[in-house]
Structures are given as C-alpha cells and as structure tokens.
Design a binder for this molecule. Structure first.
Ligand code: NAD
Ligand code: UDP
Length: 342
C-alpha cells in the first residue's frame, strides 16, 4: 500500500509516518519545510530502519505534484500540510487561506487527475465546534462560525473535501477532528518543534522547565470549572498517529463509493490546566513555579471528545496516559537542549 503523506516531516505527520512504516506501508512524504526540518527524515529512518521517499514540494504550487508524481499511484493520501498558528492566522488571514485552502484544492485536483481509487484522510480540528453547548462533544455538535482564519481554513477544507467526494466516486475520505495532541516518540528522536514562542501549553511548559522561557502563565483561573482553569482533551501523539492508520485500514475495507465522514480523535477525558501541570510535576519530578494571568482572548472554556463514533465505527481508541505523554514530551525537550548545547 503506497501512502502519500503531506506535511510528513511535521509533528503529527512524522509520528504517523513512523506508525505507517512500522505497519508495512510504503510511505512517500512531501513537505515544504516551512515548519519542519529535513533532519526529521533521518530520524524517521533511525526509528523504523526505512528512509521514506521525500520530496520538498510546496502544495501551493499547483502543478508541482502532478509533475513530480506523473506516473505514481497512491492508494492513500494523508493530508497534514498546513500552517497551524491561531495568532499568526489572525495577523495574516490571506496566508492561511492560500496555504491551507489552496493547498488542499491542489491536492484534491492531483488525486482526481489520477482517476484511481484513493483513500484520503484530512487533519481537521475540534476547533470547528467552537465552545460546544454539550460536553463531551460528539460529532452531531454543530460546526460553528470560527473565531480565527486558522479555524475557518479547517472548516472550509472539510467542506471542499466533502464536495469533491460527492461528485468523485474514486475518492473516499475521512476528516479526523483532533483534540489536543501532546508528547513525543519514546526514542526522543522526533517530537514537536514549535516555531518561536510556543502557543500550546505542553511545549510551553517543557520550554519553561528547561529554562528557555522566563515565566509560565496560566491564562485565567476564573473559569466555571473544577479549579477555575480551562479543560482540554490531551491525547498522546502515538495514539493520534495510530488513529490515522486505523482510519486508512477502515477505508481500505470500505465497499461504498463516495464515502465521506468525520470523527473526533481524543481520549474522552477532560483535564484542566492545573491538573495537567500537576501530572507533569509528578511524572517528571519537577516543580513548576507558575503564575496566574489574564484569560487568553478566544479561549474556549472546555472541550473534550465523545469518542463513541470512532470507537464503534473504526475500532480505534486511545491507549496511552497523559503522564506517559508528558514524560516523552519532557525527554524530547531535554534531548533538544542537549543537541543545541553540542
Ligand atoms: P506541523 O507544523 O508540525 O506540521 C505541518 C507540516 O506541513 C510542516 O512540516 C510544514 O512544513 C508543512 N507544510 C505547511 N504548509 C505546507 C505547504 N504549503 N506545502 C507543503 N508542506 C507544508 O503541524 P502539526 O502539529 O503536525 O499539524 C499537522 C496538521 O494537523 C495540520 O493540518 C494542523 O492544522 C492539524 N492539527 C494540529 C493540531 C495540533 O495541536 N498540533 C490540532 C488539530 C489539528
Ligand atoms: N495555556 C496556558 N498557558 C500557556 C499556554 C496555554 O494557561 O502558556 C492554556 C490555554 O489558555 C488553554 C490550555 O492551556 O486553556 C490549552 O492551550 P493550548 O493552546 O495548548 O490548546 P488550545 O487552547 O488551542 O486547545
């Protein structure tokens, strides 16, 4: 089975490529390296013993894919490539529409041009639900107007994928709506590489713990939750990576044509910011001297997944704990710091 992985050198793409290779898939990665490093390729090889084929391609360039893969056939495509910073998207909405939406259109155009059965998995986000009225959030929860161009780009991409599949019987597809991926590979060879100051909690915590950031601020402790801090569904990156493998397996057995559906990928459990900090401290035996600050604009109070649909339809569920994810995240940060010292 030949699988094309777009954005395959990024955080989620690299972990998914490892899981795919370990299960015997023949992986080809494309990435424009805007938010990743070519050294990830070598590290995927170190982990799996196999160096996937790699092409530096920018998906915004309409004809590059077609030219590069004129005679290639892919059974599956996993589409990770996107820009993902909410704050950057607010400053530069145009960039997010071209990079995330145009890139997805170009990829669909490439897949359609092959006239062959192709299974497509798309990286979507729980962002599409906004602050859901009912928790845990199930897939019937409405997709709402987005607060950021990043969220909007995910919503639009889901729609254009669905619209393409309605008219193209060669493509079956799934959008996976991720909750909050955290952690790193147990080898510490691949992990999350945030550009500049991390926006996400876990990479911020590890950078603070290693001394790269001066202070750790909790964005508000006056929310209507058990300890006043926001609730999220943190999922181990390895579990998230395996959700893609399970989704591909599910699609490869699919008898229907024009099949499209979307699934939450989370653990089904909500954790507050303070609870997560405590787990980090206990797991890694480190005390974090945090401060309480103001709420962050646009933050939703609570989001955690109802995972019944992916459990019962695809048979996937999360196996790893937050503690294990926070251990791997910390080991990864220490490894990065050692590499930078040398
Ligand atoms: P990442 O930035 O680590 O990986 C994305 C990769 O895509 C990078 O390697 C980048 O260089 C590449 N890329 C970006 N634009 C490209 C283009 N035009 N052409 C080719 N390559 C391009 O991000 P990630 O955390 O691995 O996220 C992967 C996907 O999952 C993204 O679509 C993101 O929106 C989605 N997602 C991420 C999260 C999260 O918390 N990390 C949550 C929900 C959804
Ligand atoms: N958060 C925080 N301090 C930080 C970074 C994040 O208190 O330095 C909080 C943030 O307000 C949110 C939670 O941690 O309540 C998770 O934030 P993240 O950006 O990781 O995920 P998202 O909010 O995008 O789901």
């Amino acid at each position: 089975m030949k699988i094309l992985v777009t954005g395959g050198l990024g955080f989620i793409g690299s972990h998914t490529s490892v899981e795919l290779i370990n299960k015997g898939y023949d992986v080809t990665i494309i990435d424009n390296l805007v938010n990743s490093n070519i050294s990830v390729l070598k590290n995927i090889e170190k982990i799996t013993g196999i160096r996937p084929e790699f092409h530096k391609i920018d998906l915004r360039n309409k004809n590059e894919l077609k030219k590069k893969f004129r005679s290639n056939i892919f059974n599956g495509v996993i589409h990770f490539a996107a820009l993902k910073s909410v704050s950057e998207s607010v400053k530069n909405p145009e960039l997010y529409l071209t990079n995330n939406v145009e890139a997805t259109k170009n990829l669909l155009d490439f897949i359609a041009s092959k006239n062959r059965k192709t299974n497509l998995i798309f990286s979507s986000s729980c962002t599409v639900y906004g602050q859901a009225k009912k928790l845990p959030i199930n897939e019937s929860s409405p997709v709402v107007k987005q607060e950021s161009p990043y969220g909007e780009s995910k919503k639009i991409c889901e729609e254009i994928i669905r619209n393409e599949i309605v008219i193209n019987k060669n493509i079956n597809g799934i959008s996976l709506r991720y909750f909050n991926p955290i952690g790193a590979h147990e080898s510490s060879l691949i992990g999350e590489h945030p550009k500049g100051i991390p926006e996400n909690l876990v990479p911020y915590i590890t950078q603070f713990a290693i001394g790269k950031r001066k202070e750790l601020i909790i964005f508000g402790n006056d929310y209507p939750t058990i300890d006043g801090t926001c609730i999220r569904d943190y999922i181990h990156i390895k579990d998230l990576a395996n959700a893609h493998v399970s989704a591909l397996e599910f699609l490869s057995k699919m008898k229907k044509e024009n099949f499209y559906d979307f699934f939450n990928v989370g653990t089904g459990r909500g954790t507050t910011v303070l609870e997560l900090i405590k787990i980090f401290e206990d797991t890694n035996n480190i005390k974090l001297k945090y401060k309480i600050g103001n709420r962050r604009a646009g933050d939703i109070i609570a989001a955690y997944a109802d995972i019944k649909k992916i459990n019962t339809t695809i048979g996937w569920y999360a196996k790893n704990t937050i503690s294990n994810a926070l251990k791997t995240a910390w080991n990864w940060e220490k490894q990065q710091s050692k590499l930078n010292d040398n």
